[in-house]
Design a protein around this ligand. Structure first.
Ligand SMILES: C[S@@+](CC[C@H](N)C(=O)[O-])C[C@H]1O[C@@H](n2cnc3c(N)ncnc32)[C@H](O)[C@@H]1O
Length: 364
């Protein structure tokens, strides 16, 4: 198995002392409490208050400033001491923010992941066992009875949608500037954006290049959202939509014109490997020797930092339990095998875009 150097260092040998390992085991056992206490320390503004003082705050001061009961603040603070997000000075009984508390509060990726996990995943995760055994998104049912989350995305409660889009866009948005350089290095006139969602990438393409024409393929209900969000913006007249459900293997990609680039960003991770092969075979049908298929994915084995790989392997659990029951964040080996099975080959791979994306450039 391919592993980046950071991952090889961490995943191939035992590094913990026995007490450290025991503590981690307990941290896992108590992780629902760890998660909710930490989330509420942010939500109630306690970590903010601690960050904004030099000498720290007593519990009584926190009670006064938050309006919470002494009991509530005590439970949260004592839990947070054990979690490691706050520190206490035993001489003055003043609490301050630890380094982990600082990251919890200020690291944008942590905030996005926490909101995503609370709003989208938390309740449904109770059904992970069923999801793994049945291969269905068993945790999705409390939101609705759609076969996959994508069919219901436009109808999810507002807060759930906001955290879902916050998560999705946080990762892809950060890679778009570098991705534009890669894609427009091939001088495309036409681009097919498969799974183009709300049109964020398409909008960036039409403003980066004054000639390019973009067709977004997505589920019809997503195209509706895309049209609302792009309407009247400069270049939106060069964006069109093509509604189709790619899970229907009898449906082909549009053949109205030649597409110089077929773009799939954070898209193939929504499908199982056999489904990916079917999608790529259909993409291959509309490609010629000049076309390129650019797949932008966060491949967990290529991550520069192990923390990024952690975020990705855990994101796989969301796909299992909530999104569709059969997809995941893939590694290079899995993605390469799908590409080859579809009769395509890899021309080159661009790594380390944004928060850890790679672009796999494929040719027929
Ligand atoms: C994770 S989002 C990626 C959005 C965007 N490309 C990005 O990079 O942020 C996946 C997109 O694929 C679309 N999608 C999922 N299943 C689909 C299907 N069966 N047919 C067509 N589009 C689908 C979703 O509606 C969504 O817009």
């Amino acid at each position: 198995m391919h592993l980046s150097p950071a991952l090889a260092e961490r995943y191939t040998q035992e590094r913990m002392t026995a007490p450290e390992a025991q503590r981690l085991a307990q941290f896992i056992a108590w992780s629902p409490m760890v998660f909710q206490v930490s989330r509420l320390m942010v939500k109630f503004g306690i970590l903010d208050l601690l960050r904004d003082t030099n000498e720290g705050l007593t519990r009584a001061e926190l009670v006064e400033k938050t309006g919470l009961s002494d009991y509530a603040v005590k439970v949260l603070l004592e839990g947070s001491l054990s979690i490691g997000t706050v520190l206490i000075n035993p001489e003055t009984d003043r609490y301050s923010l630890s380094k982990a508390g600082w990251f919890l509060l200020n690291d944008a990726s942590t905030r996005v992941n926490m909101a995503f996990n609370h709003d989208v995943n938390y309740e449904g995760l109770f059904h992970l066992e069923e999801a793994l055994k049945e291969g269905t998104p068993a945790g999705l049912k409390h939101f609705g009875s759609w076969p996959t989350l994508y069919e219901g995305l436009s109808r999810l409660p507002e807060q759930v949608q906001s955290s879902w889009f916050g998560f999705d866009h946080f990762y892809s948005d950060a890679s778009f500037p570098a991705a534009l350089e890669v894609v427009f290095g091939y001088h495309p006139h036409t681009l097919l954006d498969v799974g183009g969602n709300t049109g964020k990438w398409a909008m960036q393409c039409v403003s980066y290049d004054q000639q390019v024409e973009v067709t977004i393929v997505d589920l019809p209900q997503q195209l509706e959202m895309m049209r609302q969000q792009t309407q009247g913006k400069p270049g939106a007249d060069r964006i069109s939509g093509y509604g189709m459900n790619l899970l229907d293997s009898s449906k082909d990609f549009p053949t109205d014109r030649h597409y110089d680039i077929i773009w799939m960003s954070q898209f193939l991770d929504c499908f199982s490997m056999p489904e990916i092969v079917s999608i790529l075979k259909r993409a291959s049908k509309i490609m010629d020797s000049e076309s390129r298929l650019c797949i932008m994915e966060t491949l967990w084995d290529r991550q520069k930092y192990e923390t990024s790989a952690l975020c990705l392997t855990m994101t796989s659990v969301y796909f299992t339990d909530i999104a569709n029951g059969n997809s995941k964040m893939y590694n290079t080996e899995d993605m390469e095998s799908c590409i080859l099975s579809a009769g395509l080959h890899i021309e080159e791979i661009h790594d380390n875009l944004g928060h850890g994306h790679s672009i796999i450039v494929c040719r027929k």
